[in-house]
Design a protein around this ligand. Structure first.
Ligand SMILES: O=C(O)CCC(=O)C(=O)O
Ligand SMILES: [Fe+2]
Length: 199
C-alpha cells in the first residue's frame, strides 16, 4: 500500500470507534470495481411493511457469504449467494486493516438521490456484541449520518467518497444509529458494501 492509501482519520466519539480511510482504493480501481459490481451482482428489491402498509425498499440489495446462514434485517430475511472472486479479494484486503475476519457482505445500491437507508443500527443478534463492520463505498459520494441514541449533541455526518472504507467498531451499534438520507441533488448511482461476521 502506498502512503496515500494509508491516510486515515480516527474519530474520538463516546461509546464508539470509527475509522475513515478515504482512499482505500484509488479512483481508477474504484471505478472499475463499481462497474463490475453493478453488472455482476444479483440485485433484488424487497418489499417492507411499515404500519401495515407495503412498500418497495428504497434501494437494491444483494447478500454474499461463505456460509449458508440467512440474515434478517428490517424484517427481511435474505439468503446469501457464494462469494465471487472479486468480493473475496476485497474481503481479504479489508480483513487486514480491520484486524478481523468476515463471513458475509451485504451490498446496497442507491440508484439516485431518492434511494436511501433509514435510521438504524446493525445490532442483529447474529452479529454478536461489539461487531466490527467495514463499509466500502463506490460511485456517487453520499452523506453518512450518525447520532448517539441518548446524547443529543452527538450528531454528525461524514461524506463517504468512492473507494473509501469506514470501519465501525466498539459499542457503536449499541449506542449509535446511522442512516444514508435522500438528497435532492442530481447525483449518480452508489454501491456500498458492508462486510460483517454473521455467526
Ligand atoms: O450505504 C451505506 O453507507 C450504509 C449501509 C448500511 O448502513 C447497512 O447496510 O446497514
Ligand atoms: Fe447499517
Amino acid at each position: 500500500m502506498d502512503l496515500f492509501s494509508s491516510d486515515k482519520t480516527e474519530f474520538h466519539l463516546p461509546q464508539a470507534e470509527l475509522i475513515y480511510i478515504p482512499h482505500f482504493y484509488n479512483p481508477l480501481e474504484a471505478n472499475k470495481l463499481f462497474k463490475k459490481l453493478k453488472e455482476t451482482c444479483v440485485w433484488q428489491q424487497d418489499t417492507i411493511t411499515i404500519f401495515g402498509k407495503t412498500h418497495l425498499q428504497p434501494r437494491l440489495t444483494a447478500l454474499y457469504a461463505n456460509n449458508e446462514k440467512s440474515y434478517s434485517c428490517s424484517n427481511i430475511t435474505m439468503l446469501p449467494k457464494k462469494f465471487t472472486p472479486d468480493l473475496q479479494e476485497m474481503k481479504v484486503a479489508i480483513e487486514k486493516v480491520a484486524h478481523t475476519d468476515f463471513t458475509s457482505v451485504l451490498l446496497n445500491r442507491y440508484r439516485s438521490g431518492s434511494d436511501s437507508n433509514g435510521w438504524h443500527a446493525d445490532n442483529e443478534k447474529e452479529l454478536g456484541k461489539k461487531p466490527i463492520i467495514a463499509s466500502l463505498s463506490f460511485g456517487a459520494p453520499r452523506y453518512f449520518h450518525f447520532k448517539h441514541r441518548t446524547l443529543k449533541n452527538e450528531k454528525h455526518k461524514l461524506l463517504l467518497e468512492s473507494g473509501s472504507l469506514l470501519i465501525m467498531a466498539g459499542q457503536m451499534q449499541e449506542y449509535w444509529l446511522h442512516q444514508i438520507p435522500k438528497t435532492k441533488k442530481e447525483i449518480g448511482e452508489r454501491i456500498n458494501l458492508t462486510f460483517r461476521k454473521i455467526i
